[in-house]
Ligand binder design. Structure first.
Ligand code: AHR
Length: 514
């Protein structure tokens, strides 16, 4: 079939927020130990961080990293990860049933972030702890030298305040799996107290309340309304989390159209935030922090957990508590990359409301970067590529184009346009990006694209006529495989990689491709 994509200035969404290209590092499996940190690795630096992984994180273009969880944070003592390494306590982590050695903590992660050039988005424990621990951590992390906790940080080798602005007040507190999970009213009361006190301690913080763990939670909507109405004054963001995978969808075609679910999720949360604003007679909007998104074969973990519980049987058992086991090490297909590209397009098309996002996670655990153990190399999964293109090239303003496309039929979302797209344009550098996806499981489509209204100079004349320049296509990348289930592997990491392809263009911004 044939599709048309027309981007106009009237369809400007918002400026592209740099935090949209965030990621997530949780103390889970081999994300930290054997992922970002592996002192015995040949590329490890003086702090034990893998240089090959750091290089790949930069290549991915990550801007901001959420830390240290995830479910892990809800039974975590942040102090355990500070001070001399050999004196740090070894603990049991209830979330992933593993042994946490605390070799890496906030001080170490701060050092890593400096090297990676990434902002930190820090989560506090609202499961086994709450207000007091959050305030203490804030003082330790951001306090000016001269008070007890800030001085402890200085003594631990970090003289300057870390300057962490964005804080998540707990993680997935609506989820029955979460240590210390709460009902909406209880969490609303708690988050209001914590956010209020944190902002007394420090102005300029950006605080994120837990939203729903997915749009399919029984309390979805009620949770957001209750929490945001109660704590509106002190909040800046509400979180949203969504994972998709082939076997979790009604059909392969439905899986390819997972972005429809994300779109509904964003619209509903934005409506709840607006309702809370109105109920408070307020003027400020609460933005969405889509701080966990991506493809996750969650049935594998669910089965692992169920098998392990079944094997335990009746009575008391000494449970296994492995250190940094291989957990959630999903190997992604070409189709997974198509879906993740489509989710990235969705985030950009809604960046007026979604002002921050973290693709979950960064290394080894549901990750674009895999780090082989025992001195082995790091390599890129299929999902690395759509993220990297967006992170490196989406600048300026995002535009949601008018799209006329053949449709595909899905059980979950009805008839859905096969083609989706977003355009970004940076007037300062006069460069732009078109991200487009074909979600049709069987057919290729010819696409004509008109960005002439965006690229014309501000005085209204066509770009080529006023500047003498022509609009040129400087880079094309197509991620496609005839076998949608093809993956990259340790041995063949370059199997599914983007290729240059043909895009024809005229000087005024009319393009076409298949
Ligand atoms: O990213 C894996 C897990 O997914 C996180 O720990 C949790 O927040 C979510 O359920």
């Amino acid at each position: 079939g044939t599709a048309t994509i027309r981007a106009t200035r009237a369809k400007a969404v918002a400026d592209v927020p740099p935090r949209l290209f965030g990621s997530f590092v949780e103390h889970l499996g081999r994300c930290v130990y054997g992922g970002i940190y592996e002192p015995s690795h040949p590329t490890a630096d003086e702090d034990g961080f893998r240089g090959d992984v750091l290089d790949m994180v930069k290549e991915l273009g990550v801007t901001c990293v959420r830390y240290p969880g995830g479910n892990f944070v809800s039974n975590y003592n942040w102090e355990d990860g500070t001070g001399p390494r050999d004196q740090r306590p070894v603990r049991r982590d209830l979330a992933w049933h593993t042994t946490e050695t605390n070799e890496v903590g906030i001080d170490d992660f701060y050092r890593w972030s400096q090297k990676a050039g990434t902002e930190i988005m820090l989560a506090v424990n609202m499961g086994t702890r709450g207000l007091h621990a959050a305030l203490e951590e804030l003082e330790y992390v951001n306090g000016a030298p001269g008070t007890a906790l800030a001085d402890r940080r200085v003594a631990n080798g970090i003289p300057e305040p870390m300057g962490i602005r964005m804080w998540c007040i707990g993680n997935e507190m609506d989820g029955p799996w979460q240590v210390g999970h709460m009902d909406p009213q209880t969490y609303a009361t708690e988050v209001e107290r914590v956010a209020h006190a944190m902002k007394l301690a420090e102005s300029g913080l950006e605080l994120v309340a837990c939203g729903s763990s997915s749009a399919h939670m029984p309390t979805f909507g009620t949770w957001e309304r209750t929490v945001l109405t109660r704590a509106w004054e002190h909040l800046d963001f509400v979180s949203a989390h969504a994972y998709y995978y082939d076997r979790g969808a009604k059909s392969f075609q439905d899986f390819l159209c997972s972005a429809e679910d994300m779109t509904g999720f964003i619209n509903t949360v934005a409506a709840c935030a607006d309702e809370a604003k109105a109920a408070n007679h307020g003027s400020k909007d609460i933005a969405i922090s889509f701080d966990e998104w991506g493809v996750w074969y969650s049935d594998v973990w669910n089965k692992q957990e169920a098998d392990w519980k079944a094997a335990a049987g009746e009575g008391l058992h000494p449970e296994p508590w492995p250190k940094a086991p291989h957990l959630l090490e999903d190997i992604y297909t070409a189709a997974d990359a198509v879906v993740e590209g489509s989710l990235m397009i969705t985030l950009l098309k809604h960046c007026d409301r979604v002002r921050s996002a973290s693709r979950a996670q960064l290394v080894n655990v549901i990750a674009p970067i895999m780090a082989e153990p025992n001195g082995g190399p790091a390599w890129r999964q299929t999902v690395f590529y759509p993220f990297a293109e967006a992170a490196h090239h989406a600048r300026g303003t995002a535009f949601a184009p008018i799209i006329d496309s053949p449709t595909v039929h899905t059980e979950s979302y009805g008839d859905v346009p096969a083609i989706d797209a977003v355009v970004t344009w940076d007037e300062q550098t006069r460069t732009g990006l078109l991200l487009a996806v074909n979600r049709d499981e069987t057919n290729a489509h010819d696409v004509t694209i008109d960005i002439s209204d965006i690229v014309r100079s501000i005085d209204g004349s066509p770009a080529a006529a006023t500047t003498g320049d022509t609009i040129t296509v400087t880079r094309t990348q197509l991620l496609h495989d005839d076998d949608p289930y093809r993956t990259n592997t340790t041995k063949a990491p370059q199997t599914v990689v983007p290729q240059e392809f043909t895009v024809t263009a005229d000087a005024q911004g009319h393009l076409s491709c298949t």
